[in-house]
Ligand binder design. Structure first.
Ligand code: FAD
Length: 478
């Protein structure tokens, strides 16, 4: 038997999925030892690099994660990617095979580090088109996008393609009073850029209607409440006739849109609109290769009042002046280098690791028609398990179910077959050239945290993040 000694578990990724899985396993399996590998020098994934700076309360989950990390059975292995992430990354790299060799259980919780593309002309060629992932990462200090330098000075009109909460975050950053934002942990670079911004009119455009939209009440209400910012009325033909009979959440959402549509836009310094039933077909540039307008095709809904309504193009084209455009149509996970060889089944179409719903990862060895078997000791959690949707609370639920599966398997001794000494990080270090690595420990993170807070305090904000483009710049003084 293997479980006559403590479980050794590796977690790949330090976002909510990684931390909540670690927490669950450590509270269910006595003396379980967890090593958490994180490609970035700093922890917390999208809680630090996604969640909007003016939503500090959402980041309170970090207190829980700090508690988990305080355990002597927990080790943070920062600035260390699992699988070679390519030339843009110059932290340490641990081959997947090494991880599989030295742990009883490996949990993939590495989120979604790519974004979906529209696939329309002009998208890759023209300047002035950004993905929400780039823009959000940039204003939140993600090293990868430190040099993005989005140009917000070329005109008044911004177009955001997509109507989820991330699109609304982007709109709020463009419309909010910079003096409100500057107290948050948004980077100073972003503050400087937003101060120079000429954007006055933001279009948040979606293919479907208000009854199908993905945004939620809190985020819409926040936009409606912005000072000196007007809202252009929604197309009432798309609103259901009997709003009072809708299920509660949808009813409240429709009520906010109707009420917001009665307010006056005239005289507002800035304004925004929800432009429904428009699908982008082309980005058009000026002579300098800079975006100047976006072409849309009007869509029609099979039943505008049905949340599951089908959408189709009408052929009718419209044009929108666009000094800048943001694509906010979703994040995407990709397979880690080494998955195929290790027998891990990844669905490239949906961008998730194939699993049994409880996080047990399927083998890629199944023949067509056969039910795939779970791989012993391999698990997944969070966005890479169920796709890039859902808030921190749903990610926690999902991570708990993975933690429970690990505890069940370990306790029943059912799924940790095979020998191996499970040396954990010591074993891994024997496989890599550590002299070329600068692993960031939890102690190191605390030093970074302290330095960031001190820098922030000096300029009247909560923290000023270090967002150097190169991870190796994070070398710490002893
Ligand atoms: P992530 O948080 O992305 O964590 C994955 C981690 O894995 C990252 O730290 C990454 O660097 C690391 N990693 C990636 N590849 C490797 C590798 N090869 N080796 C080692 N480490 C690796 N939810 C809310 O509840 N409220 C909000 O206000 C909110 N706002 C959001 C705003 C935006 C813009 C976005 C994108 C999401 C927001 N969410 C919000 C959703 C929330 O962030 C997610 O539900 C949650 O972060 C998903 O957790 P995860 O652990 O699966 O992924």
């Amino acid at each position: 038997v293997r479980n006559d000694r403590p479980l050794r578990m590796a977690v790949v990724g330090s976002g909510p999925a990684g931390f909540y899985t670690a927490y669950r396993v450590m509270s269910k399996i006595d003396k379980a030892k967890v090593d958490m590998y994180e490609a970035l020098p700093v922890p917390f994934g999208l809680v630090r690099f996604g969640v909007a700076p003016d939503h500090p309360e959402v980041k309170n989950c970090q207190d829980k994660f700090e508690e988990v990390a305080a355990s002597p059975d927990f080790t943070f292995v920062g600035n260390t990617s699992v699988g070679d992430l390519g030339t843009h990354f110059d932290g340490c790299t641990v081959p997947l095979a090494s991880l599989m060799k030295h742990y009883d259980a490996v949990v993939f919780a590495y989120g979604a580090a790519r974004d979906k593309k529209l696939g329309i002309p002009g998208e890759s060629r023209l300047k002035g088109i950004y993905s929400a992932r780039e823009f959000v990462g940039w204003y939140n200090g993600l090293p990868e996008f430190a040099d993005l330098a989005p140009d917000l000075t070329r005109g008044d009109e911004a177009v955001i393609v997509g109507q989820g909460n991330v699109a609304l975050d982007v709109a709020r950053m463009l419309l909010e009073n910079v003096d409100v934002l500057r107290k948050s942990d948004i980077t100073e670079t972003a503050i400087d850029t937003l101060l120079k911004s000429r954007i006055k009119r933001v279009h948040i455009v979606g293919r479907r209607g208000p009854m199908q939209a993905a945004f939620t009440i809190k985020e819409i209400r926040e936009l409606m409440k912005l000072q000196h910012v007007g809202f252009h009325p929604v197309d009432m033909a798309l609103m259901p006739p009997e709003i009072s009979k809708l299920p509660r959440a949808r009813r409240r959402l429709m009520e906010i849109l109707v009420k917001g549509s009665t307010a006056k836009v005239d005289g507002a310094a800035k304004s925004w609109s929800l432009d429904f039933c428009q699908s982008p077909t082309e980005f058009v540039g000026d002579a300098n290769g800079h975006l100047s307008r976006t072409v849309f095709e009007k869509t029609s809904l099979s039943d505008p009042f049905d949340a599951a309504s089908k959408v189709s193009g009408t052929g009718e084209k419209t044009d929108m002046a666009s000094a800048v455009a943001f694509r906010s149509i979703g994040y995407k996970s990709v397979a880690l280098p080494g998955f195929a060889e290790t027998g891990i089944s990844f669905d490239d179409r949906t961008g998730v690791i194939r699993n049994d719903g409880l996080g047990r990862v399927f083998s890629n060895k199944a023949h067509p028609g056969e039910t795939p078997a779970p791989l012993a000791g391999v698990y997944c959690a969070g966005w890479v398990k169920r796709g890039p949707t859902g808030v921190i609370a749903s990610t926690m639920e999902d991570a708990f179910s993975t933690g429970d599966a690990i505890a069940t398997d370990w306790t029943s001794n059912a799924r940790f077959a095979g020998g191996g000494q499970s040396l954990g990080l010591d074993g891994v270090k024997g496989d890599i050239d550590t002299s070329r690595c600068n692993i960031i420990s939890w102690n190191d993170w605390h030093k970074i945290d302290k330095a960031e807070k001190a820098r922030g305090q000096a300029i009247g904000k909560e923290r000023e993040k270090s967002s150097r483009a190169r991870q190796t710049c994070w070398k710490l003084q002893p």
